[in-house]
Write a protein that binds this ligand. Structure first.
Ligand code: ATP
Length: 328
C-alpha cells in the first residue's frame, strides 16, 4: 500500500509552452480544494537539486491563467541525469515532506520522472506541456493550440507582403521531429505546400506543384516548412533550390522561431490546462502514479508514462489529403 499523498510538488521542465501557468494554477487550486499542501519548484529538476522551493496557496496563482511562459521558470538540468543529482533531489523533497511530484513538460521531462520513480518509488504524474504536440496518449499538448494560432497569424501577415510583390515565401515553423504545427498551420493559412518530418514529398514534386499553381494564375505562394523536414535541405537551401529552378519567382525566407513559444495562451489551452491540472491532483491523491494525464476523444484520460514516452503520435493522414486537394 502506497503512503497517502499529503503534499505535492509541481515543476515545469524542458521547453516552456503557453498554458504552463494555467496548469500550475490548476494544480495549486485543486490541491487547495482537496486540502493538500502544494509547493512549486523553480527551474524544474535543477531546482529540486538546489532546493529552490516555494509554498503555493490558492492566492499565489492569482492572475496567471492568461500569462505565457512559466512563473516557476524552466530548465534543462544536466545534474538530474546523474545518480548523485537525483539523490540530492530526493533528499530535498523528503526534507520538505513532499510525497508526490507533478511534472509539466515534454517527453524528456517524463523520462526523468520515470527514472526518478524507478530509483526512489517517488509518485510522479505528468502533464504534457510542449508546443510540438508530439506526445502519445493525448490529442493535444499544452501550448500547441496557441503556437498554431501564432503561426497562422504570422503566415497571414507574410501572405499580405507575398501577394503585393509576387513573391514565394518559405516559412519555417517549429517541429524538429513532428509536423503537427506545420501541417495544421499550413492548412489553416492556406499554404501551397507543406513540408514535414513525417513525409518526404520529394523536391521534384514541390517544384511541379509550384509550377502548376503559377500556371493556374497564382502570383504568390507560401510554402510552410517544419524545422525537421525530411528533404535533407534546410529552409534556406530549399529556397535557393526553388530560385535556381524557377527564376520567375522572387523567393524569400521567414523563420518564425521562438515567437511560437510565447504569448498569452489560447482559450483552448487554458481550459485544457485547467482540466489536466485537476485530474493530475485527483489521481495523485488517489494513489495513482507513473501516468500522464491527457485528452482522448475530448475526455481527460490517463496513459502510462512510459507508453506516453515511447509511443508514436501519428500525423493526421486525412489532413494531408485535404491539404493536397486545397492546392488545386
Ligand atoms: P521539450 O519537448 O520542449 O524539449 P522536454 O521535457 O522533452 O521538453 P528535455 O530537455 O528533453 O525537455 O528534458 C527536460 C529535462 O528532463 C532534462 O533537462 C533532464 O533534466 C531531464 N531528463 C531528460 N531525460 C532524462 C534521463 N534519461 N534521465 C534523467 N533525467 C532526464
Amino acid at each position: 500500500m502506497t503512503k497517502k499523498v499529503k503534499k505535492i510538488a509541481v515543476i515545469t521542465s524542458g521547453g516552456d509552452s503557453p498554458g504552463m501557468n494555467a496548469a500550475i494554477r490548476s494544480v495549486v487550486r485543486a490541491c487547495a480544494y482537496y486540502r493538500a499542501e502544494c509547493v512549486g519548484v523553480y527551474r524544474g529538476y535543477q531546482g529540486m537539486i538546489e532546493s529552490d522551493f516555494v509554498t503555493l496557496t490558492a492566492r499565489s496563482v492569482n492572475n496567471i491563467i492568461n500569462k505565457g511562459g512559466t512563473i516557476l521558470r524552466s530548465a534543462r538540468s544536466k545534474d538530474f541525469r546523474t545518480k548523485e543529482g537525483r539523490k540530492k533531489a530526493y533528499e530535498n523533497l523528503k526534507e520538505q515532506n513532499v510525497d508526490g511530484l507533478i511534472v509539466i513538460g515534454g517527453d524528456g521531462s517524463f523520462t526523468g520522472g520515470v527514472v526518478f520513480n524507478k530509483e526512489y518509488g517517488f509518485p510522479i504524474i505528468g502533464i504534457p506541456g510542449t508546443i510540438d504536440n508530439d506526445i502519445f496518449g493525448t490529442s493535444h499538448t499544452l501550448g500547441y493550440d496557441t503556437a498554431l494560432n501564432t503561426a497562422v497569424e504570422a503566415i497571414d501577415k507574410i501572405r499580405d507582403t507575398a501577394s503585393s510583390h509576387n513573391r514565394l515565401f518559405f516559412v519555417e515553423v517549429m517541429g524538429r521531429d513532428a509536423g503537427f504545427i506545420a501541417l495544421n498551420a499550413g492548412v489553416g493559412a492556406g499554404a501551397e505546400e507543406i513540408l514535414i518530418p513525417e513525409e518526404d514529398l520529394g523536391l521534384e514534386r514541390m517544384l511541379e506543384s509550384l509550377q502548376k499553381s503559377r500556371r493556374s494564375g497564382k502570383s504568390s505562394s507560401i510554402v510552410v516548412v517544419a524545422e525537421g523536414d525530411r528533404s535533407g535541405k534546410n529552409v534556406y537551401e530549399l529556397a535557393q533550390y526553388v530560385e535556381d529552378n524557377m527564376p520567375e519567382y522572387e523567393v524569400r525566407v521567414s523563420v518564425l522561431g521562438h515567437m511560437q513559444r510565447g504569448g498569452s495562451p489560447s482559450c483552448f489551452d487554458r481550459v485544457l490546462a485547467s482540466r489536466l491540472g485537476v485530474k493530475a491532483v485527483e489521481l495523485m491523491l488517489d494513489g495513482t502514479t507513473n501516468v500522464m494525464v491527457g485528452l482522448k476523444d475530448n475526455k481527460v484520460a490517463a496513459t502510462n508514462l512510459e507508453k506516453a514516452i515511447k509511443g508514436q503520435s501519428s500525423i493526421n493522414s486525412e489532413l494531408l489529403r485535404v491539404s493536397d486537394i486545397m492546392t488545386t
